[in-house]
Design a protein around this ligand. Sequence first.
Ligand SMILES: NC(=O)c1ccc[n+]([C@@H]2O[C@H](COP(=O)([O-])OP(=O)(O)OC[C@H]3O[C@@H](n4cnc5c(N)ncnc54)[C@H](O)[C@@H]3O)[C@@H](O)[C@H]2O)c1
Ligand SMILES: O=C(O)C[C@H](O)C(=O)O
Length: 309
Amino acid sequence: MKITVVGAGAVGATCADNIARKELCQELVLLDIKEGIAEGKAQDMMQTAALLGFDTRITGSTNDYTKTANSDVVVITSGLPRKPGMTREELIGVNAGIVKGVAENILKYSPNAIFIIISNPMDTMTYLTLQATGLPKHRVIGMGGALDSSRFRYQLSQHLGCSPADLNAVVVGGHGDTTMIPLIRMATWNSVPVTKFLSAEQQQQIINDTMVGGATLTKLIGTSAWYAPGAACASMVESIVRDEKKLISCCVYLEGEYGQKDICLGVPVIIGKNGWEKIIDFDLNEEEKAAFAKSAAAVRSMNDVLKTL
Ligand SMILES: NC(=O)c1ccc[n+]([C@@H]2O[C@H](COP(=O)([O-])OP(=O)(O)OC[C@H]3O[C@@H](n4cnc5c(N)ncnc54)[C@H](O)[C@@H]3O)[C@@H](O)[C@H]2O)c1
Ligand SMILES: O=C(O)C[C@H](O)C(=O)O
């Protein structure tokens, strides 16, 4: 098994570190356009192998795509992160060019890979990758819901005073400050609906804090987050390479599911060796359906911006 991570910045390096620690592949390639950064981080990570006891062989490359040849899974994190006060959508102008160029280069050397897209605005970058590569829809997956759902579980755990691991909670829709939809009605604490334990005010607070989770961290850190994004991405890679069939909220191409067509948006999917294998219908109520349609409209207008670049 061979995995490539493009972009050896904060998220790419953290994702690679998680992949190596979990020994998800024999060969892991980090690639970056900035001279030396991928080689340096790859060596630094390899120098933890003796301490952590993993066998994955990590190498770095400055923009040499031949080194990525025959990857089974490719994670694309290349692109600018936002600064405090910015939205993810404001990154589209720069990141669209970066993601398109990277995806085309990767495809030349790894035509059979499954692509995971991280760069923001992620829903539109996933749609762009699908268009630019012409890959079958099951092999292009955007990472957003895995992260947002983990943040949702964190926020719930803070109010319930419990372990995030005991909570089951999913965020669907777009990966944007106003487009994501934390499905609190369906969230459970060891099978019991969390709404039983939380006031309406608490529920609204949890939803709001989840939706601006990325913006809150960006304000605190000065750039966007990487620990949870890296771990969320590695959990998707794990479900692919171990064919776990985990049910994860991911950004995938919709052809009528959840009432939407010709758009990539976050929905619950089964992730396995073939990429995303099946969309699961969560039977949204009228209010949730309306929120999903609104989210889709916002993402669609960002997709339209691609035509103007
Ligand atoms: N989908 C999500 O949930 C999620 C989560 C966190 C971050 N992000 C996004 O991921 C992206 C990366 O974030 P980060 O914090 O790692 O940023 P970063 O600046 O730390 O790293 C980005 C890296 O990409 C590299 N790069 C730029 N252009 C490249 C190219 N053409 N080819 C190869 N490498 C190139 C840069 O040199 C840099 O090392 C941002 O767009 C950010 O918004 C998305
Ligand atoms: O917030 C960001 O801009 C980065 C990422 O999308 C996140 O949610 O952490």
